[in-house]
Every structure is written in structure tokens, then in C-alpha cells.
Ligand binder design. Structure first.
Ligand SMILES: C[S@@+](CC[C@H](N)C(=O)[O-])C[C@H]1O[C@@H](n2cnc3c(N)ncnc32)[C@H](O)[C@@H]1O
Length: 346
């Protein structure tokens, strides 16, 4: 099934079959997706008939999983989406902060130039109108599905391809197109459950299969990379720091706030964090995804040592392209090795 979801750094869209093989090797009913991100893994396994539990610490990721795992009223959502496509745009928080161009000093060339802020005004106004309308939807599942639709459409017309930290200096064709809201992918199967927060605070610990796909590097802080998705979901008009190419909510300006993005992002605590993670759940099988990118926070050898203490360890590797950058951009890495650390309880 081709699940519509956000483009996401580290998305496992292309590795779903590989993960499924690992699930099918043992008897599995309950599946935990501990770092659900784009929600693609959760969506896939619900669709395959499993009882899926999903967790992530980002509110936007929680919303994708809720839509995939809990569903919504299809007819109502189709009607809402028809309606938001017809709405006249309004100038609200999103338009004021993220549309048109702004003059700013460009580092490197040290000149003041006009640069896109992310969206053409017409599209930003449609996003404002649609998101305000979503606030009026009483049923929370239907509302989540409509907000997901707005996030997906917003991503399609955003003037960058990789993350929400910067923006192309010229307007790309895709950003000049009219925004169109579409229904998210409707997944059926057993009802799932969504937890939101730090993986090490999930209250239920026993599952047949636990899939863990944590951040790999402090070079990719997900909260900063996808702050627009979170802001659209939270819709609480956060205070913005406008010194960034794309204004960022102060909640994600970690370096300036002298904070870290949390567990798994800090070199100082990484070893302890991964140890706690591997030992936290009571599962027949735990599978940890990790890659061999040069800036990764832990070495493969360190992880092997941690994992083999927790059960019988098998390590397999797959070639995987993780970059979502456009062809025009310089890629840090084309092909990466993706490792699956498979830990079976002794
Ligand atoms: C590699 S991505 C997961 C990608 C996902 N498997 C997919 O296919 O889209 C890592 C995710 O971990 C989340 N995350 C980071 N720290 C976390 C923590 N302490 N607890 C729960 N989730 C966390 C991030 O928000 C991000 O969505």
C-alpha cells in the first residue's frame, strides 16, 4: 500500500518489507513502533493485521499515528476536505510569518538580499483559513485527519525539499502551484494506540515485537527540522525567532536556549540512553535500526556491546538511501548501510 505521509529524514518507507520479514520470523500480535516519525511503519503494520502501538515525542508525529491507527469518519472527512479546498484564504499567523519574501543579511556573501520565507502568500492564506476551519471540527478523529491533510498539502508547496530549517533562494515551481488538500491514506485493521512523549516513559512495556528507530545524530534534530508541522498541529502561535531563514519557534532553538533536544541527541549521555532503551521493554524480539553515517552519535561496536548484554543478538545490514534532498542539492551521503540489531530474549 502506498501510504501518503510527510517526507521524513530517516523514513523507513523503503525498509518496510525488511522489517516485516523480521516480524514474520516469530509469533507476533502486538507491535510497538517506539519512534514513529512519519507513521509509515505503524500504518504498514496495522494494515498487515497487527495490533500496533506508536510513540514519538513530536506532536505532529503523534497526529500522523493517530490518524493511521485510529481512523476517522471517511465521509465526514471527505466533506471537510472538499470544504477547505473551496475556502477563501485569510491572512493569519501563518501568512504573516511564513509568506512572501524578507530582506536579510546572507551569511557567506555578507550582503542584504530578499529571500523567500517558505510560501507564496496565496497558499499561506489558504493554509490559515483551512487550519482555522479545522479548529471548528468537533470530532477529534476527524479533526486530526483534516489537520494531517493540511500538513501534507503544506509540505507539498513549501519552497524547500529537505527540511523546514531553510528555504531555496529562488521560488521553485512546486511552491507556485495552488495548494490542494487531499484525504490522508485511510488504514483499516485492529485499533491501535498512540503514546506521546519520551520513549522511556511509555507506561506499557510488554509487546511481542518492539521496533526502535531512534535519531542517529545530533546533526538532525527532528524538532527543528519539522517545526512547521508541529506548529500547524499545535496551532498555538508560538513565539518565533526570526533570525533564522525560516522563523523558528523558540521551543526548538536548542543551542540558543542552551538545552539539548533530549535523549539520544547528546554524545555525553548517548551510551546510557541506548542502554536504558534496549533494557526498557519486555518483548520477545527488539529490533533497533541504526545506520553507519559518519556523524552518528554511537559507533556500531558500542551498540553491539550494549545489545548483546540484553539477549541473543543478530546483526543484519541493508543498503539504504536516507537523504530526502533534491538532485540539485549537495548530498552528504548517497548510500548508507542500515543495520538491524535483532535482540531475542534469552
Ligand atoms: C529516525 S526518526 C523515526 C523515523 C520513522 N521510523 C519513520 O519511518 O518515519 C526518529 C524519531 O524519533 C523521535 N524521537 C527523538 N527522541 C525521542 C524520544 N526521546 N522519545 C520518543 N521519540 C523520540 C523524533 O521525533 C523522530 O520522529
Amino acid at each position: 500500500m502506498n501510504f501518503k505521509t510527510v517526507a521524513y529524514k530517516g523514513s523507513k518507507r523503503k525498509l518496510l518489507k525488511d522489517i516485516q520479514e523480521l516480524v514474520e520470523e516469530i509469533e507476533v500480535d502486538t507491535f510497538l513502533d517506539g519512534f514513529s516519525g512519519s507513521g509509515i511503519v505503524s500504518a504498514h503494520f496495522r494494515n498487515e493485521g497487527y495490533e500496533v502501538f506508536a510513540n514519538d515525542k513530536m506532536p505532529s508525529c503523534n497526529l500522523y499515528s493517530k490518524v493511521f491507527l485510529n481512523g476517522y469518519n471517511k465521509q465526514n472527512v471527505e466533506n471537510h476536505i472538499k470544504h477547505i479546498n473551496k475556502l477563501k484564504g485569510t491572512k493569519g499567523w501563518f501568512t504573516v510569518n511564513y509568506s512572501g519574501e524578507v530582506k536579510r543579511k546572507i551569511k557567506g556573501i555578507n550582503k542584504i538580499e530578499s529571500r523567500p520565507l517558505g510560501f507564496i502568500k496565496k497558499n499561506a492564506m489558504k493554509i490559515d483559513a483551512a487550519r482555522e476551519y479545522a479548529e471548528t471540527i468537533k470530532d477529534s478523529k476527524d479533526k486530526d485527519a483534516v489537520v494531517f491533510s493540511i500538513v501534507l498539502a503544506m509540505n507539498k508547496v513549501f519552497n524547500n525539499s529537505n527540511d523546514q530549517k531553510s528555504c531555496f533562494k529562488e521560488w521553485m515551481d512546486k511552491s507556485k502551484k495552488d495548494i490542494i488538500f487531499e484525504e490522508p491514506t485511510y488504514v483499516t485493521g485492529k485499533q491501535g494506540q498512540v503514546f506521546s512523549g519520551d520513549v522511556l516513559s511509555i507506561s506499557r512495556k510488554n509487546y511481542d515485537f518492539v521496533y526502535l528507530d531512534p535519531p542517529y545524530t545530533n546533526g538532525v534534530l527532528y524538532d527543528s527540522c519539522y517545526h512547521l508541522n508541529d506548529s500547524l498541529v499545535l496551532w498555538n502561535q508560538p513565539v518565533l525567532d526570526k533570525t533564522y531563514a525560516i522563523p523558528r519557534p523558540t521551543r526548538v532553538t536548542f543551542r540558543k536556549n542552551k538545552t539539548t533536544a533530549g535523549k539520544f541527541y547528546s554524545r555525553v549521555t548517548a551510551e546510557k540512553d541506548f542502554k536504558n532503551l534496549i533494557n526498557y521493554f519486555d518483548a520477545k524480539r527488539i529490533v533497533l535500526s541504526y545506520s553507519d553515517a559518519p556523524r552518528n552519535i554511537l559507533k556500531k561496536e558500542d551498540l553491539i556491546n550494549i545489545c548483546k548484554k540484553a539477549g541473543d543478538l543478530k546483526l543484519i545490514e541493508r543498503k539504504h538511501k536516507i537523504c530526502t534532498q533534491s538532485k540539485k542539492q549537495k548530498k552528504i551521503s548517497n548510500e548508507l548501510k542500515e543495520f538491524f540489531f535483532i535482540i531475542d530474549k534469552k
